[in-house]
Write a protein that binds this ligand. Structure first.
Ligand code: ADP
Ligand code: G6P
Length: 486
């Protein structure tokens, strides 16, 4: 068994589980913030990524990607249901996102969640060199830090939560709240997107574990765990390079032409998830059309909603509702050859996303709750000429950094309508000033800066951070397309 001095564990590996016709499987960045973020930093780093390769049954043998090794973890059909679709995405995900959808507490799922967390911990224990650093990611694997500490007391353990961590009143609903808290606090450093999340965890540790806390430490059972906020980001260099590529620039022009050269293009790009506020947004847009503030010939809305977690009932229901509503809006307000909304339920290549970002006049990012929202940052990075408006939910982690966006409470449909109109009507000097400030911020706070800050806080020495590239890999070369036999 080959071992690494840096091991990252995340539920998902960055690859497509759908076999190509020739039986090969294709590498790509799966849609979703975590895979986007980690792919960018790990692609050129000597490390091992432990994760699920998608699908069920025995884990496939996977080749290295450059200096990154992949260690797949298998799931059975029953585990997929109880662990991934069940406890992770039907209990924790809704609860952690302010319960915007009612969480399901099914007692049968807990054992499976624990079994699968143990499998991830064992896989990491096998591939970690003596004294290695192991960086555990996200809510799927909240028990792994404590399990790993038992198996491998010699390793340094980091945990990063990509999603929000809820206020104590909500967290307290969780039937297994103590085990989950203890699991996460098995790490040496627990990182969050926002300061508030670290504060929530400290409150809970005091209440549930009798811990003693400071602003950035939690002490219980004779151990001190450090906590902190490390807002995740994007590969800014990659998006800027894509956005200036001549073929992408002409693709963006072509898109605008295909949309009928409207005065304004509104764009949203989301995983099809009920946290993203797509329904509220459609209601706002439809009322603007109804009340005559927006005319179909002048203004076009493009909603990209990439399929996500489609076997989970609540996601299927959401898709049906959204597709029904898009149909209704187009039926009522569209004209022949001029739909009010262009709805695209498909994955896109990064270059296609970059072209879409450039086509938009107003980017509408209005989640009801979101840990960060990388789409907002990608849009900003793609606007090389400083034009374009960003309408951004106050409930996205990104709002704390992109303060110059048109911030909005997406639950308030009237407020959303007003903000959309303000963004559509803003003058170009105002937009340029806002965009310039946001671009400056993300240029200084890109994905490499995020990973370096986290790893420096984890080992104190800077040795871990030094293993990362100083600039994002995409600045140095275009990533190869890798194919491997299944
Ligand atoms: P989440 O992590 O909840 O999915 P984020 O906005 O943080 O939300 O991250 C979404 C990521 O998925 C972004 O990097 C975005 O570019 C990518 N993405 C979104 N839609 C698509 C799509 N249709 N095809 C490919 N990638 C997508
Ligand atoms: C969010 C989560 C990630 C997850 C991604 C896509 O970004 O924080 O952990 O990978 O959504 O969801 P999926 O269920 O397809 O992995």
């Amino acid at each position: 068994m080959r071992q690494s001095s840096l091991v990252v564990i995340a539920n998902r590996l960055p690859l497509d589980d759908s076999a190509a016709p020739d039986g090969a499987c294709e590498w790509r960045r799966s849609p979703g913030g975590l895979a986007s973020a980690l792919h960018a930093i790990l692609e050129q780093t000597p490390a091992t990524w432990v994760g699920w390769a998608g699908g069920v049954g025995p884990a496939p043998t996977l080749p290295d990607i450059g200096s990154l090794r992949l260690r797949p973890v298998s799931l059975t059909e029953e585990e997929l249901r109880g662990y991934y679709e069940g406890f992770a995405n039907s209990t924790l995900w809704p609860l952690y996102h302010d319960a915007v959808q009612q969480p399901t507490f099914d007692r049968g799922w807990w054992e499976t969640y624990r079994t699968v967390n143990r499998r991830f911990a064992e896989a990491a224990a096998q591939v970690a060199e003596p004294g290695a650093a192991v960086w555990v990611q996200d809510y799927h694997l909240q028990l792994v830090p404590a399990m790993l500490r038992e198996l491998r007391p010699d390793v340094l353990i980091g945990f990063f939560m990509h999603v929000p961590f809820p206020p104590p009143e909500l967290y307290m609903q969780l039937p297994r709240r103590v085990e989950l808290l203890r699991g996460m606090l098995g790490a040496d450093l627990v990182g969050f997107q926002r300061e508030q999340a670290a504060h929530n965890v400290a409150q809970l540790a005091k209440k549930l574990l009798g811990a003693v806390t400071t602003r950035d430490t939690i002490t219980f059972d004779d151990r001190t765990v450090r906590t902190g906020a490390f807002p995740v980001s994007i590969d800014v260099t990659e998006m800027r390079a894509l956005a200036t590529r001549p073929d992408v620039v002409s693709q963006a022009k072509q898109l605008r032409h295909n949309l009928g050269q409207p005065k304004r293009v509104l764009l949203s790009v989301d995983r099809l998830d009920w946290t993203k506020g797509i329904e509220h947004r459609l209601t706002a847009y439809s009322e603007l059309l109804r009340d005559g503030y927006v005319k179909v010939r002048d203004t076009v809305m493009v909603q990209v909603a990439v399929p996500s977690r489609e076997r989970v009932e609540s996601y299927r229901g959401l898709r049906d509702r959204i597709e029904g509503e898009v149909g209704r809006i187009n039926g009522e307000f569209g004209r022949v050859g001029e739909p009010a909304i262009h709805y695209l339920n498909q994955p896109f290549a990064r270059s296609q996303l970059a072209a879409l970002y450039q086509t938009a006049d107003v980017m509408v990012v209005t989640p009801l709750r979101d840990g960060m929202n990388l789409v907002a940052k990608e849009f900003v990075a793609a606007r090389e000429d400083g034009s374009g408006a960003l309408v951004l939910s106050e409930f996205a982690g990104a709002a704390a950094e992109l303060e110059q966006a048109f911030l909005v409470n997406p639950h308030d449909v009237d407020g959303l309508k007003d903000t959309l109109l303000r963004a559509m009507e803003a003058d170009s000097s105002d937009l340029t000033a806002r965009m310039t400030a946001m671009r400056r911020h993300i240029a200084e706070h890109d994905i490499i800066a995020w990973a370096r800050a986290y790893l420096r806080a984890l080992d104190h020495t800077g040795r871990l951070a030094d293993r990362l590239p100083r600039t994002a890999p995409s600045a140095r070369r275009r990533p190869p397309r890798q194919r491997s036999a299944r």
